[in-house]
Write a protein that binds this ligand. Structure first.
Ligand code: ADP
Ligand code: NI
Length: 234
């Protein structure tokens, strides 16, 4: 595949111009990698996470450039989505260097996207995230809750042939990474108890905490209504 590589030495050009070109190249890379995704990690998810990362960065008074870059790239090396994670990481590092990201920027970006997934938090040791990592993780997790989160859970669950709900199957707690990915006894409604309702308290930035409070209520109202209708009470 031919990716977009910026051609000219850019030292002499304006700084903003350089960043704009780098963003174009990053977006192009992400479209190549995730443009065809049908698992809920397509460009619509990426674009929402980018937009929210920008908003959260503004709220934290952090330069939005690296949060936006990391938001675009955050799912391009995901173990669920690529066959060979190490090769995907190397390809990405090479691409960043070709596009004149400094060694320090590459390190920051890779550190963020290596450590933000929910599955990571199920492992024993907590990784301390940089402020940029906190912003992008908050943005990614905000996209898993609220009305969009409900829709994505149903979409993912349907795609993996989960049951909608089964009162005989209890939600699992303290799951390992393997258990989280084992969908044999998973239901869409249990996924709220197992993951989605916990994300609110794991937010880092103040803006994300406020947004998450609202989205939490949307999910709780939805679940109340679901159970009432299930029992023919509504
Ligand atoms: P991440 O990349 O943040 O680790 P996942 O790939 O686990 O996220 O999830 C992608 C989307 O699918 C999220 O909105 C998530 O809540 C949803 N999802 C993940 N696992 C399940 C499941 N077992 N049932 C329903 N939805 C799920
Ligand atoms: Ni994501």
């Amino acid at each position: 595949i031919q990716y977009l590589i910026i051609k000219e030495p850019i030292k002499n050009r304006g700084f903003m111009m350089k960043q704009a070109e780098q963003l174009t190249a990053i977006k192009e890379y992400t479209i190549q990698k995730l443009g065809q995704d049908k698992t809920g990690h397509g460009m619509d998810h990426i674009n929402r996470v980018v937009k929210m990362s920008k908003r959260l960065a503004m709220g934290e008074k952090v330069d939005p450039f690296l949060p936006i870059v990391a938001a675009y790239l955050h799912d391009t090396i995901d173990e669920k989505l690529v066959d060979n994670v190490d090769a995907a990481k190397q390809e990405l590092v090479d691409y960043l260097k070709q596009n004149d990201f400094s060694d320090e920027q590459v390190k920051i970006i890779m550190d963020v996207i290596n450590n933000i997934s929910f599955a990571h938090t199920l492992d024993k040791e907590e990784v301390k995230l940089s402020i940029i990592g906190q912003i992008v993780r908050d943005a990614d997790w905000l996209d898993a809750i609220g009305a969009i989160g409900i829709t994505r859970a149903i979409y993912y669950g349907g795609g993996h042939h989960e049951k909608i709900y089964d009162p005989a199957i209890k939600p699992r707690h303290n799951m390992s990474r393997e258990e989280y990915r084992n969908l044999a006894n998973e239901t869409i409604i249990n996924h709220f108890d197992e993951k989605l309702l916990h994300l609110k308290d794991m937010m880092n930035t103040e803006t994300a905490k406020k947004i998450a409070n609202h989205r939490q209520q949307v999910m709780l109202d939805f679940l109340d209504e679901f159970h009432a209708e299930w029992d023919a009470k509504m």
